[in-house]
Design a protein around this ligand. Structure first.
Ligand code: CAA
Ligand code: NAP
Length: 248
């Protein structure tokens, strides 16, 4: 993919790291974005590890909940690295609680970070992709945006919204060489899943027919497939990667 620029939001997270490494291995110039507001506590260590592994991955600040931050970040990336050919909207958070206990803040934070973020970031690069006649966008949704999940009214709503967003803009990009797809991971062994109380997690794993949590690299390989130049006939699609936990 000689030199195409790929931006991965939340690219220093559990799944994002594997996506970034995979795309870098395949020859993309990878840019990871990270939220300054979260202070990216382990970012220096993350950068050191990638360097040690031989990856040249750039990191830019970008709070995906903030439209202006996204505008500034994408402008800077385009100026310093080049026009964005590939965008993976991967940043996300959970604030789980039953609806009876869910606060307005829990709701807004999750909608802002998991859904409005996709608009905030995609908006900055979509027109350029249309003008250049080439683009690949993948939005990370979730099994729980497909089936709903107890304690995740906010997250399930945001991730279901990602499907609508994906299918709508896929239609806007289709005649201009821009594909837009979503990937819906099941439960993957990252920090996000480690936050689930032990007993609840045991019950969830028992419902996964493959018999284990997924691995971030099992998501990364699907992303690499979807953003490949040869994947131009796949658009508006969703790929479930969930160990058989939700088959419909
Ligand atoms: N279906 C039906 N009932 C359930 C249930 C479920 N899935 N989960 C819990 N309950 C019931 C419990 O059995 C319990 O019933 P009793 O009162 O009769 O004993 C009751 O609900 C209360 O359960 P908790 O003590 O767990 O309730 P809580 O309010 O303290 O916590 C919760 C609720 C925060 C949602 C907690 O259950 C939880 O964290 N569950 C996991 C939610 C989840 O799957 N999150 C995914 C995070 S990772 C992610 O989101 C990535 C991704 O995309 C997959
Ligand atoms: P993770 O390790 O917690 O990574 C999430 C990333 O999002 C982190 O890098 C985080 O940055 C970033 N982020 C959070 N808020 C942000 C903001 N306002 N601006 C910019 N970046 C922000 O979680 P993960 O498991 O890799 O999840 C990645 C994506 O996959 C999420 O969209 C998640 O919903 C989705 N997903 C995960 C699973 C799973 O089981 N793990 C399943 C289905 C879907 P900081 O570290 O700086 O906070």
């Amino acid at each position: 993919m000689s030199g195409r620029v790929a931006v991965v939001t939340g690219g220093a997270g559990g799944i994002g790291t594997e996506i970034s490494k995979r795309l870098a291995s395949e020859g993309y110039r990878v840019v990871v974005t990270c939220a300054p507001v979260f202070e990216c506590p382990n970012l220096d260590e993350w950068k050191r590890l990638r360097k040690e592994e031989g990856f040249d991955i750039r990191v830019y600040d970008c709070d995906v909940t903030d439209f202006t931050s996204c505008k500034n970040a994408m402008e800077l990336i385009e100026k310093e690295v080049g026009p964005v050919d590939v965008l993976v909207n991967c940043a996300g958070i959970t604030r789980d609680a039953q609806l009876k206990n869910m606060t307005e803040q829990n709701w807004n934070d999750v909608i802002d970070t998991n859904l409005t973020s996709a608009f905030n970031v995609t908006k900055q690069v979509f027109v350029g992709m249309l003008d250049r006649g080439y683009g690949r966008i993948v939005n990370i949704s979730s099994i729980n945006g497909r089936k709903g999940q107890f304690g995740q009214a906010n997250y399930s709503a945001a991730k279901a919204g990602i499907h609508g967003f994906t299918m709508a803009i896929a239609q806007e990009g289709v005649r201009k060489g821009v594909t837009v797809n979503s990937v819906s991971p099941g439960y993957i062994g990252t920090e996000m899943v480690k936050k689930i109380p032990e007993e609840a997690l045991k019950k969830i794993v028992a419902q996964i027919p493959v018999g284990r949590l997924g691995r971030p690299d099992e998501i990364a390989r699907v992303i690499a497939f979807l953003v490949h130049e040869d994947a131009g006939f796949i658009t508006g699609a969703n790929i479930d990667v969930n160990g058989g936990q939700f088959i419909h």
